[in-house]
Design a protein around this ligand. Structure first.
Ligand SMILES: NC(=O)c1ccc[n+]([C@@H]2O[C@H](COP(=O)([O-])OP(=O)(O)OC[C@H]3O[C@@H](n4cnc5c(N)ncnc54)[C@H](OP(=O)(O)O)[C@@H]3O)[C@@H](O)[C@H]2O)c1
Length: 337
């Protein structure tokens, strides 16, 4: 237990109607944070929160805003409304929402025409980050350092995954293919119909998810490179295999039944939603996690009282030239400038 204690602040978290985001909301409220959730259905988010016993209609503790990550106009409008209503700066942003649609026969498209998993998981979050960097860098959260107070860095936390990290066994699984952005020709060609993959190659829906998560993890590394002297700590985490969440709703029923058992009894990788939520909350709030550029993991095989560590990342995530190009193309495609 660290003797460093920081004051709770205000955090925005995307995708809290279920799973990791919902339980992270609970864990952060338990730590005294004010949580603002961003969802395409704030009512569904409120309902899920109420069912978990979280505060109802107490905007000082928990508030819900409308923001559909798949639609760049909605991201812009959601941020405008948020910034108008915030009384002080935002102290943390958690990019959690995601869609995983491994059985699509052909790509679905966002309102801007981009392939839907890349649009939701990467482009929506990428724009959200650009629009919130300034308020995050204005955060002033006190931290007690044993003898005196100082200022805690704000946090920008991304949910990453083992399946996007080629350095780990889970990142090498060939079904349908490991995450790989190729020569980025999908980005270069504008990502709109008929383009559906970052590499510009044939649509593989399961890989489209992995590629979008790879972009999420690249974004954190690039933010760290570009803004390492800022007061924002940029990090990602793999919370473990939270095999029972609704993320897997589009997989075959037999998979949904077997996957949690496989993770619990064969790989030992199974993590409950409660524990995953607590891990996110730790990365947001604990001074121990105040190191920028780190991808936090507790390992693939979960151990009782296992400690977090900085997971090594594959070159596909850390290569500065790829990251710069992904950043530049993403800036153009979300029209953030
Ligand atoms: N489960 C795991 O084993 C695991 C492992 C590693 C990393 N992760 C990561 O953890 C994060 C959360 O996943 P989860 O397992 O908790 O999945 P989940 O239960 O399906 O939660 C995903 C959330 O994203 C929201 N969402 C989807 N599309 C959205 C949109 N267009 N705009 C705003 N919100 C949207 C969903 O809301 P709706 O109700 O509106 O669909 C839902 O609240 C993801 O980033 C995932 O990649 C999960």
């Amino acid at each position: 237990m660290s003797s460093f204690q920081s004051a709770p602040g205000t955090v925005l978290i995307t995708g809290t109607t279920s799973g990791v985001g919902l339980y992270a909301t609970k864990a952060l409220i338990d730590l005294g944070w004010k949580v603002i959730t961003a969802n395409r259905s704030p009512l569904k988010a409120e309902d899920a929160a109420v069912k978990l016993g979280l505060p109802f209609r107490c905007p000082n503790q928990l508030d819900h805003i409308y923001l559909d990550l798949s639609d760049l106009n909605s991201v812009r409008e959601g941020v405008r409304n948020l910034l108008d209503s915030l009384e002080g700066p935002l102290d943390a942003l958690v990019c959690n929402a995601a869609v995983y649609m491994p059985r699509l026969a052909k790509p679905m498209r966002s309102p801007q025409g981009y392939e839907l998993s890349m649009a939701t998981n990467h482009f929506g979050h990428f724009l959200l980050i650009q629009l919130l960097l300034e308020t995050l860098s204005n955060s002033k959260r006190p931290v007690w350092q044993g003898r005196s107070w100082s200022m805690e860095s704000s946090r920008l936390v991304m949910l990453g995954t083992v399946t996007a990290n080629y350095k780990e066994l889970g990142g090498k699984i060939p079904i349908p293919a490991p995450a790989d952005l190729g020569d980025l020709s999908g980005f270069k060609q504008g990502f709109a119909d008929p383009i559906s993959m970052a590499s510009g190659r044939r649509f593989k829906p399961g890989k489209a998810y992995k590629d979008s998560k790879l972009c999420n993890m690249i974004t954190i590394q690039e933010l760290h490179r570009r803004f390492k002297d800022s007061s924002v700590v940029f990090s990602s985490l793999y919370p473990g295999c939270v095999a029972k969440t609704k993320l897997f709703r589009n997989t075959p029923k037999i998979f949904q039944w077997l996957f949690p058992l496989f993770q619990r009894f064969i790989t030992g990788g199974f993590v409950s939603e409660t524990l995953a939520g607590k891990r996110v909350a730790q990365v947001v709030s604990s001074p121990e996690f105040g190191v920028s550029g780190v991808h936090w993991s507790w390992g693939n095989r979960q151990r009782k009282d296992g400690e977090q560590f900085s997971q090594k990342l594959s070159e596909r995530i850390t290569d500065p030239e790829t990251a710069k190009n992904v950043w530049d193309f993403s800036m153009q495609l979300v029209k953030a400038n």
